[in-house]
Design a protein around this ligand. Sequence first.
Ligand code: NDP
Ligand code: 2IT
Length: 454
Amino acid sequence: MPEQQTDAVRDAVDHFMKGLIKRNPGEPEFHQAVHEVVESLMPVVLDNERYRQEEILERMTEPDRVVMFRVTWEDDEGRFRANRAWRVQFNNAIGPYKGGLRFHPSVTLGVLKFLGFEQVFKNSLTGLPMGGAKGGSNFNPKGKSDHEVMRFCHSLMIELHRHIGEDTDVPAGDIGVGAREIGYLFGQYKRLENRVTGILTGKGLSFGGSHVRTEATGYGCVYFCRHMLNERGEELKGKAVTVSGSGNVAIYAAQKLIALGAKVLTLSDSSGFVHDPDGIGTDKLEFIRALKEERRGRINEYAENFKGVTFHKNKRPWNVPCDIAMPCATQNEISATDAKTLLDNGVMAVCEGANMPTTLEGVHAFIKAGILYAPGKAANAGGVAVSGLEQSQNALRLSWSAEEVDEKLQTIMKNIHAQCVKYGKNGKHINYVKGANIGGFVRVAEAMSAYGAV
Ligand code: NDP
Ligand code: 2IT
């Protein structure tokens, strides 16, 4: 059974959270991300005089720097439009800032702070020299033409280029930012700085991108899931899996699940989910990949094109009975009720491709039930890990083969799993949340401590 929090730990967490909420009002996602981490770290900090004296938790929850700026661009009708953009440079104790850019109307400073904070721990877990950051804009790419997206990206980079650099801060993609956007952003940086250098990752293969970066988050998540199952003497083959999302992470998670013999029952987008009781096969997945990567369609077209498939409007896939759930869309997509439904239906593993897809109540329910539950900062670290490998290849001015990169990705996911086991094992049970949080924390804390009052 998972261990209980002592009264002293609970009081210290409550006290810490009161201060954090007061200092960061109106940022519920940031509060949630910090709360989950602090629950794991408080016993470690209470036990360590140096960490307390150096206010390590207080410093780690305060971003190093936040840049906020206006992005003005011209739409296809010649109207001027303005959006807000940010770069949250959270912590560079162990390497240059690293983390994606998100373009979505729901983007706020609080959302980017939660993502930047999570990124610090995730990047540390990879073992690579990467600090944590996140950025993005409330720009909505849906319904915009390629030219509009290009003008937006070019305008955004006119400001962002001053704040990034291969040894300073290296952005990448996230929701709404894929190969197309990275191309426009990189081209504008190159023009402004007259330097061709690895200042973004997720680049096209023809201009410094890495093999397997596109697939890395989804593949890495499945590799992590396989390690968790093996820990219990189980295997992926034959398991029924519900996947949410149908973007970069979901598609390549599904592809690897299918390749390893699992049955993928669902995919989703913001309009609802599709349920295919026969399992989504390689051909059917290719249909969805093309539909989504070319930004043409909505997920219900899948149900219209294949027999026996149902579309569930405005619903999430968590009431479909499964062995494994892999949320790969967005934050807080598994509510406390969804978590209960998954548990009632006998789910054995929940492996997060998305960042913070489970509410704190849901996280507590999974941990209490003792199922295999992998938080995003461990399970989805494959994406940023291959971004780190892209930086290495750029610095060396060479390119590794897909096989070489995939092998390195597999090793990194194995090491992250081992760290979760090292710090999260309690008898037969492994608390992957605690394991990931402490595993990610130690390196950053030691580096911050070494620098003195910085
Ligand atoms: P994409 O933009 O490629 O795809 C996002 C998917 O999630 C789409 O299917 C989208 O549906 C759906 N979605 C987005 N917002 C919502 C919402 N509010 N409600 C319901 N569905 C939604 O993004 P990614 O696949 O790159 O990212 C997915 C998740 O994985 C995010 O949490 C991201 O932070 C995380 N992640 C991404 C990494 C990467 O390398 N790309 C690395 C690690 C984590 P629709 O098309 O209708 O908007
Ligand atoms: O959340 C994430 O880890 C990402 N969006 C990828 C970040 C990166 O720099 O590749």
